[in-house]
Design a protein around this ligand. Structure first.
Ligand code: OOB
Length: 548
């Protein structure tokens, strides 16, 4: 079935089934928060540093609800409603939570940029989504977010407003008189997430109220969140993982308290674990490793911590084994993707499965196929023998059927029968638990941050001294992988590594995409058909690493 011009809806029969099974409950984020505010009114919903006042604030569910109502009215007064896209680029500040609910209640679609994103990425998101506004902060961690957003607004004509949390105009928005607003369609789009990307720039991922809330409710249940739980966010809050696995939304669903940490380092996080009695937190493997080391020396009391979720990149067995003894909490592995599908180890799974697998899917109706990894066009029927490694395909009640405004890309990213090609190489255990064993997609996973080689190559090739570039992952003890750029210089040119790195950074890209290493070379090894052989480049790097 073909969709509208912007996104690909689920076929009607599937949608009807997901409703009949109670997965899609016909609720929007706005009405959902209203229900939570009724059930948990005086409980603490959000603890975090305010970008407006600079001090730590604590908001109850009733206060959060009121702030979201006011912001919604303020957005609507400024013409932001009716499915308009609004880029939200906020660090881990308290206002993030009311802002996204305010936008949802206004009927707008947040586009979740990360604080690391810079002008080239923001311009791309704004132009592709035809965003009408940007919500951001002023100066933060030595970067002027407001100036950058205004520059993007200058480049992208659709962007009419830049709201800066902490400036007078935002304060006016936030003080608007709440008013009755029409509830958007729960089966319609709620927001756009960003894909890690493999070809070119990040794609936009359209998620609906219905499908996302289903994954949120189930995540809260699987992670056993309850009103007494305290969930700490250390990763960038707008990423899909701390958003919903179980994340801030899962925690709110259970009536728990969300604590936003401005930084992920152990000193800051351990301080908050002690002072707020944190029970659960989600991290990426390099952070887990840093915390394990720091825990040996800390004087902080971490005894309230019950569960540490680890995901975003593969958690090595050696690391997995250290977590429970070092931090005194249960390890829970999570393997998810902003496109939908999420696996969790369950809290009562046998230790061996918790240490060696990335868990089981959320839903009984997550359809999973493991197909021929050597054929990028493998159909959902080309399945490998049970227990063999293959490429993971999936479709289900909370996995998208297509990227936003990306018909051409969708033709290869999805099978004709609607399975998403995750690009992950996996193997299933007889228990139904998955083990991620590699990747078939062209992507580098730099400690959970995803880098699309082609995007970085394009930046490098814009340099006058560069005729060709190939970016590959090199294995790294701490981050799992780092990026290495092989560069063919123009005749007679010898650009310095530092110069090329500076050049990429100044093109306006997230710092994690700037190549960790640059190697000048005369030519690239090629495949049989004359394409650059990244496999050989990776092998070269691996051999060099081995020879020290
Ligand atoms: C999460 O989401 P994304 O969209 O940034 O990245 C998804 C990709 C997956 O396709 C896989 O390649 C990788 O990240 N990944 C893992 C993993 N978790 C994610 N690879 C190996 N082991 C894991 N545990 O990263 C994300 C979204 C929701 C929850 C958790 C992570």
């Amino acid at each position: 079935m073909t969709g509208g011009p912007d996104h690909t809806p689920w076929p009607a029969a599937d949608a009807a089934r997901y409703r009949a099974l109670g997965y899609w409950q016909g609720q929007t984020f706005g009405t959902w928060l209203t229900g939570l505010a009724e059930a948990y009114a005086e409980r603490t919903a959000v603890v975090g540093v305010s970008a407006e006042g600079g001090e730590q604030v604590r908001w109850t569910y009733a206060e959060l609800d009121d702030r979201a109502h006011r912001l919604a009215a303020g957005f609507v007064e400024r013409g932001i409603a009716d499915g308009q896209r609004v880029i939200v680029q906020l660090p881990n500040v308290a206002e993030y939570v009311p802002v996204i609910f305010g936008l949802w209640r206004a009927g707008a679609l947040p586009v979740f940029a990360l604080p690391a994103h810079r002008r080239s990425e923001l311009t791309h998101f704004a132009a592709h989504a035809e965003a009408s506004a940007i919500v951001t902060v002023g100066e933060h961690e030595r970067h002027d977010f407001a100036a950058e957003a205004r520059a993007v607004a200058g480049d992208v004509p659709s962007v009419r407003n830049v709201f800066v949390v902490g400036e007078a105009e935002f304060a006016e928005l936030a003080a608007a008189e709440p008013k009755e607003l029409p509830d958007p369609d729960p089966s319609g789009l709620a927001f756009l997430q960003l894909s890690g990307g493999s070809t070119g720039m990040s794609k936009l991922i359209p998620r609906t109220h219905d499908d996302y809330l289903y994954s949120v409710r189930e995540s809260a249940r699987i992670c056993r969140l309850r009103p007494e739980s305290v969930y700490l966010v250390v990763l960038p809050v707008a990423h899909n993982y701390p958003m919903s696995s179980p994340g801030i939304l899962g925690a709110l669903h259970a009536g728990s308290t969300v604590v936003l940490s401005p930084r992920p380092d152990a000193d800051t996080a351990f301080g908050l674990i002690e002072s707020e009695g944190v029970t659960m937190c989600g991290v990426v493997p390099p952070l887990a490793a840093a915390w394990v080391q720091a825990a040996a020396r800390t004087t902080r009391d971490l005894s309230t911590l019950e569960v540490l979720l680890v995901g975003g990149a593969k958690c090595a067995r050696e690391l997995a084994e250290r977590i429970e003894p070092a931090l005194g909490c249960r390890l829970q592995q999570v393997f998810g993707m902003a496109e939908g599908l999420v696996f969790y180890t369950r809290l009562d799974d046998p230790d061996e499965l918790v240490l060696s697998t990335q868990g089981r899917p959320i839903s009984l109706d997550d359809e999973i196929r493991v197909v021929d990894p050597d054929n990028p066009e493998a159909s959902s029927d080309d399945v490998v023998e049970p227990g063999q490694a293959g490429a993971l395909l999936t479709r289900g009640p909370y996995t998208i059927r297509g990227y936003y405004r990306a018909a051409e890309h969708n033709a290869t990213a999805f099978t004709p029968d609607g399975f998403y090609r995750t690009g992950d190489l996996v193997r299933f255990h007889p228990s139904g638990h998955v083990e991620v064993v590699g990747r078939v997609k062209e992507q580098i996973n730099r400690g959970g941050e995803k880098v699309a080689p082609e995007e970085v190559e394009n930046h490098l090739m814009a340099h006058p001294d560069v005729v060709d570039a190939a970016v590959v992952g090199m294995s790294d003890d701490y981050l799992g992988e780092r990026t290495c750029a092989y560069v063919v210089p123009a005749d007679g040119a010898e650009p310095a590594e530092a110069e090329l790195r500076r050049f990429v950074r100044e093109r306006g890209v997230a710092a994690f995409k700037v190549p960790d290493r640059v190697v000048l070379t005369g030519e690239f090894p090629t495949t049989g058909v004359g394409k650059t052989s990244k496999r050989e480049l990776r092998a070269l790097l691996a051999a060099q690493a081995k020879n020290g």
